[in-house]
Write a protein that binds this ligand. Structure first.
Ligand code: SAH
Ligand code: SF4
Length: 358
């Protein structure tokens, strides 16, 4: 589904749009500047375009695909979630992460944004709030890109780091993800470098191949959450479709062209995958893939049975990986990790709505 919002039009698409309207090609450049450089929100602002063209554009197109309906309270240095309503009424959530949290760095006026790629998710991972309600629909290119524009408008800061760790499986929405990435990287549009973009996937093998063929030095995070099929299939039904024996070779293929180490995301869930022998199995996979590991102590989701292990157990698990020479990160405190902030979108709100109706 392609929306008529111009935020979703790549430079090539803007050129064809302008030519199809019978206008000279230089109008495309002007339009692009209004959209991206000046961030116009109304066609009437585009004063160097002929009035007739402005009204024709205004009849057929929009400049914002999302209406921000709620921004969480801001406290200094904390992550902020915002909720946007799309034209069909569905809601999408995104998370603004200040630089100090996002990369452990010094003060910066730039931010990391965690974006959603779908409303809900079809993959149904058993620990994940986004997967619980199934897939409603893919986000359009404009709706993906629109989250970044909205975050910059809310914060007054530039997004310079992007993680696709919000709602949805980005590699199950390739037709809209790839043009969105083109716009995100375009110097005349959002101008975020590929090395500042992380795509997180639950292990969608055909999607990985297509993303590799796209040929950009993007960062890849893989939600592993199980170092053997039995454990992984228990919490991630996607593993039955693309088990580790297919996923690992696909990641090795990625490594042949990928410019950065893959990050293996591993949520620690008590009595499921946080037992110590699992740490050695995880280390073996990380070693085989020359990957980093990000351990995420499970963030409780209401209504789900899973339990976060004790801090001591998480630290022991972590030290096994460190002792085996694997680069590993872990943050125990709730809400401080990018995944912890991003991995649980939507259900909270849907739950609230449900309670109100009951
Ligand atoms: N579909 C993609 C991207 C979105 S999920 C993927 O699965 O990778 C973003 C990350 O949040 C994933 O690593 C996911 O496993 C994690 N996540 C989901 N639920 C979580 C929870 N309750 N606690 C901590 N992380 C969670
Ligand atoms: Fe979907 Fe990722 Fe959640 Fe799994 S973890 S249900 S793939 S959003």
């Amino acid at each position: 589904m392609n929306s008529s919002c111009l935020l979703g039009f790549t430079a090539d698409e803007l050129r064809s749009l302008v030519t199809n309207l019978g206008e000279k090609p230089f109008r495309a450049k002007q339009l692009q500047e209004w959209i991206w450089k000046h961030r116009a929100t109304d066609f009437e602002q585009m004063t160097n375009l002929p009035p007739a063209l402005r009204s024709r554009l205004a009849e057929q197109y929009t400049l914002r695909p999302l209406q921000v309906v709620e921004v969480s309270e801001s406290s200094k240095g904390a992550t902020r979630k915002f909720l946007s309503r799309m034209q069909d009424g569905h809601l999408v959530e995104s998370v603004i992460i200040p630089a100090a949290v996002g990369r452990g760095g010094a003060h910066s006026d730039r931010i990391t944004l965690c974006v959603s790629s779908q409303v809900g998710c079809a993959f149904g991972c058993k620990f994940c709030a986004s997967g619980l309600l199934g897939l409603t629909r893919n986000l359009t290119t404009a709706e993906i890109v629109g989250q970044i524009v909205a975050a910059e408008e809310i914060s007054g800061e530039r997004v310079d780091n992007l993680v696709f760790m919000g709602m949805g499986e980005p590699l199950a929405n390739m037709d809209n993800l790839l043009p969105a990435l083109t716009l995100i990287m375009d110097q005349q549009a959002l101008n975020i470098g590929a090395r500042h973009i992380t795509i997180s996937t639950s292990g969608n093998v055909p999607g990985l191949k297509r993303l590799a063929a796209f040929g950009k030095p993007l960062r890849l995070a893989v939600s592993l959450h199980g170092a053997e099929d039995e454990v992984r299939s228990r919490v991630m039904p996607v593993n039955r479709k693309w088990p580790l024996r297919e996923l690992i070779p696909a990641l090795k293929e990625w490594n042949k062209t990928g410019k950065h180490k893959i990050t293996l995301e591993y949520i620690l869930i008590q009595d499921v995958n946080a037992m110590l022998p699992e740490a050695s199995k995880l280390a073996k996979i990380a070693h085989e893939l020359n990957a980093k590991v990000n351990l995420i102590p499970y963030n409780t989701v209401e209504g789900l049975p899973w339990v976060r292990p004790s801090e001591a157990d998480c630290r022991t698990f972590c030290s096994i990986l460190i002792n085996k020479g694997i680069p590993v990160t872990m943050r125990y405190e709730k809400g401080h990790d990018i995944n912890a902030a991003c991995g649980q979108l939507r259900l909270r709100r849907e739950g609230q709505n449900k309670q109100k109706q009951d």
